[in-house]
Design a protein around this ligand. Structure first.
Ligand SMILES: Nc1ncnc2c1ncn2[C@@H]1O[C@H](COP(=O)(O)OP(=O)(O)OP(=O)(O)O)[C@@H](O)[C@H]1O
Length: 562
């Protein structure tokens, strides 16, 4: 319809009220305008029509698209299984190794490269030659899902956004992974997870897995966030007095096999071992070798950190799965030594600058917290508890009672037999055929040359004076020179004795000075100092006669020499 007809004008001659004929030029220009309006009307009419058509078409497409997604989603929900894995959980490690081996990330083109650590991540092998990869890890950065086929099923893998958890050290980010399997069969998921676990076990067969907590990344749901793999150590490489190791291994094996017996007898299925003795005598090495021999994973916790408190300990212990070894090294850390207490006291007695408050040295794990963890709820599910200490005397009797610590195993400095065995381990006949010749007799000793050397070495080293670690350190300096090692050992023993004597004298002097300072301050300005520095000294009391006494240890006065 023409525009003019559609919008009748008051200036249109046919519609003028008086019917007067207008001037012809005006008429002409009016006719021109009218035709432009008409044209515009035509165009806009076509435009609106097309727009309407487009609108309808667009709506149809969008509805179709949404419908498609809806069907796809319904299909996914109906015909797929989705599992989530979170960093820090062992299953996450299994699946990461599995995906790496399946080369799922191989098409990645965008990486974050980090120096290799022992924690397995999204590593992609970028080169067929392992030496080229070197000590770096290639972690794909993009979030796009990856699709692969596993046993005739389509599997989709997607990196989730990192989950942020707030803790006392700020916000902690944990990676997540979503695995979707397109199948109706629920078993496929558990089969895949089990296949990943078995592969992980197989790959780590030469290793012992050690789980560690990271106090900076405290998350009550996920305590064991760090994993290390140590080369499995054969039990035969541990040199201990005859029978000690065999008894320990048999005891642990017996324990693992007898869950039913424990349940039947109403005894909690747990076993505690305390390995005690001087440093470097093989306590930790024994536990690692045992874990390797029995295919157990170690969950190792140190009480030395100020951030480890009772609740941290409780959370960590309850996160240990069945048949795991819970290891607390240097368990005495939780309990201060007398030397520590003296040191602490001396520090407290030292004057502080004005207006300075002295913080009490943090020691966060309590004895009751520790006892609860060892025999509390959740500790009885087939867990082996191992603790090591250099100072068994510092441990409370409550901790050492059977049910908490079932076996105490003492480690000592190297005996003649151990020293000899260590020498033979360093210079095996296979590597030193010249020492494996026929039996000879020297200085009344008969045997292969290597045995005669070992005998001579062991006789020169005084028994029970050096730790196996110290002797190992000495022999490392003579890796290829067994004869030289024997020749020089007497000189080394003398030097070591001199060094020790000098160290002890220095330590004695330091302690004597500290004691003197403490006594002077107690006798003189101790009360002034106490007013200035109101740090609490809860376990100690100052007797009327000025003698220090320790509330807890009782006889501290004697060890202070007053
Ligand atoms: N009995 C032993 N048999 C074999 N190797 C030993 C033995 N004792 C110590 N070593 C060696 O000495 C080093 C330290 O040993 P380990 O850490 O097991 O000692 P430890 O008793 O746990 O010491 P610490 O009390 O200081 O923790 C290791 O390299 C280990 O190989």
């Amino acid at each position: 319809m023409p525009f003019a007809t559609f919008f009748p004008s008051p200036f249109n001659p046919s519609t003028t009220e008086h019917g007067a004929i207008q001037d012809s030029s005006w008429m002409a220009s009016f006719m021109g305008l009218s035709s432009i309006f008409g044209l515009l009307g035509l165009v806009s009419q076509t435009y609106i029509g097309s727009s309407l058509k487009l609108l309808v078409l667009g709506s149809l497409i969008e509805t179709g698209r949404r419908l498609c997604w809806w069907f796809i989603e319904r299909f996914r929900i109906q015909y797929s299984l989705t599992a989530q894995f979170s960093e820090g959980d062992p299953a996450y490690e299994w699946i990461i190794l599995f995906l790496t081996q399946e080369r799922v990330w191989q098409r990645s083109r965008d990486f974050t490269v980090t120096a290799k650590n022992s924690q397995r991540k999204w590593t992609v092998q970028t080169s067929a030659d392992p030496t080229t990869v070197g000590n770096a890890e290639y972690v794909p950065t993009y979030q796009a899902p990856q699709l692969f086929r596993w046993r005739s099923h389509w599997v989709e893998i997607k990196r989730g956004n990192e989950r942020a958890t707030a803790n006392m050290n700020g916000v902690q980010h944990t990676s997540r992974l979503f695995l979707t399997i397109y199948t109706l069969d629920m078993n496929v998921l558990s089969e895949l997870v089990e296949a990943a676990r078995l592969r992980y076990v197989e790959v780590n067969r030469p290793h012992v897995t050690i789980h560690l907590t990271d106090t900076r990344r405290f998350n009550p749901q996920q305590m064991w966030t760090s994993i290390k793999h140590k080369i499995r150590r054969p039990l035969s490489s541990i040199i201990l007095p005859e029978g000690l190791l065999d008894t320990l291994v048999q005891d642990a094996e017996e324990f693992l096999k007898s869950e039913d017996w424990y349940i039947g007898a109403g005894i909690p299925h747990r076993r505690g071992y305390l390995l005690h003795g001087p440093p470097g005598t093989g306590k930790t090495s024994t536990i690692y070798a045992l874990a390797g021999a029995l295919n157990l994973e170690i969950y190792s916790l140190s009480l030395a950190s100020n951030l480890v408190d009772d609740s941290f300990l409780q959370n960590a212990a309850s996160g240990i799965p069945k048949n795991g070894i819970f290891l607390i090294e240097d368990i005495d850390c939780a309990f201060p030594s007398r030397a520590d207490e003296e040191e602490e006291l001396n520090t407290m007695l030292e004057p502080l600058p004005r207006n300075t408050m002295r913080a009490r040295p943090p020691r966060s794990v309590s004895l009751s917290g520790l006892l609860n963890v060892i025999d509390g709820v959740g500790s009885e599910e087939g867990k082996l508890f191992f603790a090591t200490t250099n100072y068994i005397d510092r441990l409370d009797a409550a901790l050492l009672r059977p049910g908490r610590i079932d076996r105490k195993i003492e480690y000592a400095l190297s005996t003649i037999e151990q020293t000899k065995a260590l020498f033979l381990r360093f210079f095996p006949a296979a590597r030193f055929p010249q020492l494996a010749g026929p039996d000879t007799t020297e200085k009344g000793v008969k045997g292969q040359p290597v045995h005669i050397l070992a005998e001579e070495f062991a006789e020169t080293v005084p028994p029970q004076e050096f730790s196996t670690a110290e002797l190992q350190g000495y022999l490392q300096g003579f890796k290829t020179q067994p004869v030289e090692a024997v020749r020089s050992v007497a000189t080394w023993v003398e030097e070591e004795r001199r060094d020790r004597a000098a160290r002890e004298a220095r330590e004695e002097e330091r302690r004597a000075k500290a004691q003197m300072r403490a006594q002077q301050q107690i006798g003189g300005s101790v009360f002034g100092a106490a007013v200035q520095n109101p740090g609490p000294v809860p376990r100690r009391h100052v007797r009327d006669d000025g003698v220090l006494n320790h509330g807890k240890t009782g006889n501290a006065a004697s060890h202070l020499g007053v």
